[in-house]
Design a protein around this ligand. Structure first.
Ligand SMILES: Cc1ncc(COP(=O)(O)O)c(C=O)c1O
Length: 205
């Protein structure tokens, strides 16, 4: 049996939703955008959600908004989509690759600590293929070593870790909406595939 990694699941109701927008004069930055941001925030439990053009841009914004800059180090999984390392490089920071667990393909918390240096600012955790990363030990390292945690939940909207939706559990998180993701959106040069969100309150970890 072939199980596709992803395939489109578009019904008449999605087609109707798109055509109803095409019948209005607001094709960009309209009320649907705000509705989408609010629903992502309330569904995932995030304080805010901001839509941007792609998951890559969302990751880049997280890096920049958290003040990660030239020479800073960010721990990233050795197995991930290239955007993870690129987003760190866009700000001239340094991705430090840490091995993943062979079973989950997520960051192996036991391997993180030895990669931490005085220049480490953050751990960028990816929830690979919808499988939540083991966040508890990661948050405890982050707390002990005073590091930020960015969640790349591009492949994992709806996934839960210890009963809470992943994405808003760290300092900032990103969901992806490229057509191979759980939910796909129309691409637009400004708003569409990616959503970035940031907490206003300090993280719970
Ligand atoms: C884990 C992960 N991070 C980031 C991205 C980047 O998202 P986008 O393709 O929307 O730029 C993707 C998606 O392809 C992804 O799977």
């Amino acid at each position: 049996m072939r199980i596709p990694l992803s395939s489109p699941d578009i019904t008449e109701s999605e087609i109707e939703a798109v055509t109803s927008v095409l019948r209005t004069p607001r094709l960009s930055l309209g009320p649907k955008l705000e509705e989408f941001e609010n629903s992502v925030a309330s569904y995932t439990g995030a304080a805010h959600a901001i839509a941007v053009n792609s998951g890559t841009s969302g990751l880049h914004l997280c890096i920049r908004a958290l003040g990660i800059a030239e020479g800073d180090e960010v721990i990233v999984p050795s197995f991930a989509f290239i955007a993870v390392a690129n987003a760190v490089r866009y700000e001239r920071a340094v991705p430090v690759f840490v091995d993943v667990d062979a079973k989950t393909l997520n960051l192996d918390p036991e391997k993180i600590e030895t990669a931490v240096t005085p220049r480490t600012r953050a751990i960028l955790v990816v929830h690979t293929f919808g499988c939540p990363a083991d966040l508890s030990p990661i948050f405890s390292i982050a707390r002990r070593r005073r590091l930020l945690v960015i969640e790349d939940a591009c492949e994992a909207i709806g996934a839960e870790y210890e009963g809470r939706k992943v994405g808003p559990l760290g300092d900032a998180g990103v969901f992806g909406f490229y057509p191979n993701k759980q939910i796909s959106l129309r691409q637009d040069e400004r708003y569409g595939e990616g959503t970035w969100k940031r907490r206003t309150r300090p993280p719970a970890h």
